[in-house]
Design a protein around this ligand. Structure first.
Ligand SMILES: [Mg+2]
Length: 278
């Protein structure tokens, strides 16, 4: 990831141009947060909405870990908090080591979620249950997403070729960097599968996603973990959403961002940092 930034800086080109050129000037970030009890979650969603976000993903927490009524109460409260016009995604988080449910739970839950205009249902099955995902993607009334724990492009091939998901979620900080992520995204595009990069990482991961997704025909969102110091404090200037809740694709050399050495030093527990001169 650093090498792509260096290449961009040395050649004075944004990474999206080195990858072949951008197809869009902006993309919608979705605010990604853990589920909480309904009232607390509503307050969190509304304050995030006030910061300009128009798409939200709620995940993990009590969902699937208590009972059906609690799951629905959380989703109903979230939809009520953001209104009918914002996008809402639900992440069961079945890569949890102690995930108790299987295919029938996931199918029934997807039918409940369809009543709340959910954009996608994420990790509703254990992350290696490819046969379960193939069946669920075929039968669920809402779109199915997964892939955040897979690494290397080879792991994604059967998921793409078997159409095991509607939305594929590789994480650029896990799969092996921008080259690997770009190849996964293009292969998914060739098979008509959407790419939604997993971004539960840092602002540097977000910067990479902005450039990659700018070049991808099969992309519509980037994940934006918030509030989160590893996201907010690594940028020298805080990222600003436009009036419709989109983020601009940077056009400066490399990632096109100025990093906050102070923020990175703090988050790295005092690691010594030498600033680049290019
Ligand atoms: Mg997830």
């Amino acid at each position: 990831m650093a090498l792509w930034d260096i290449l961009g800086k040395v050649t004075n080109q944004p990474i999206h141009r080195l990858l072949g050129g951008k197809l869009r000037d902006r993309i919608k970030p979705y605010a990604s947060m853990l589920m909480e009890e309904p009232e607390k979650l509503q307050a969190k969603l509304q304050s995030t909405m006030q910061r300009g976000f128009r798409a939200f993903k709620i995940g993990w927490g009590p969902f699937g870990r208590r009972d059906d009524a609690a799951d629905e109460a959380i989703v109903r409260a979230a939809r009520a908090a953001i209104g009918p016009d914002c996008e809402l995604m639900v992440d069961a988080g079945a890569s949890d080591a102690f995930w108790p449910h299987g295919y029938k739970w996931a199918l029934e839950k997807s039918r409940m979620l369809a009543n709340y205009q959910i954009t996608w249902f994420e990790e509703p099955l254990r992350p290696d249950d490819i046969d379960g995902f193939v069946d669920l993607t075929r039968n669920s009334p809402v779109r199915i997403a997964s892939g955040e724990v897979l690494t290397r492009r080879q792991s994604f091939l059967p998921w793409i070729e078997r159409r095991a998901v509607d939305y594929l979620q590789p994480d650029v900080t896990k799969v092996g960097g921008l080259t690997e992520q770009h190849r996964i995204g293009q292969y998914a595009d060739d098979h008509g599968i959407m790419m939604v990069p997993h971004g539960w990482n840092t602002g540097i991961g977000l910067a990479a996603d902005l450039h990659l997704m700018a070049t991808a025909g099969n992309a519509r969102w980037v994940e934006f973990l918030t509030p989160e110091p590893y996201m907010d404090d690594v940028f020298e200037t805080p990222l600003k959403l436009d009036a419709e809740g989109f983020l601009a694709i940077p056009d400066g050399p490399g990632y096109g961002f100025k990093w906050s050495t102070e923020g990175i030093r703090r988050l790295s527990q005092g690691i010594s940092i030498t600033e680049s001169r290019i």
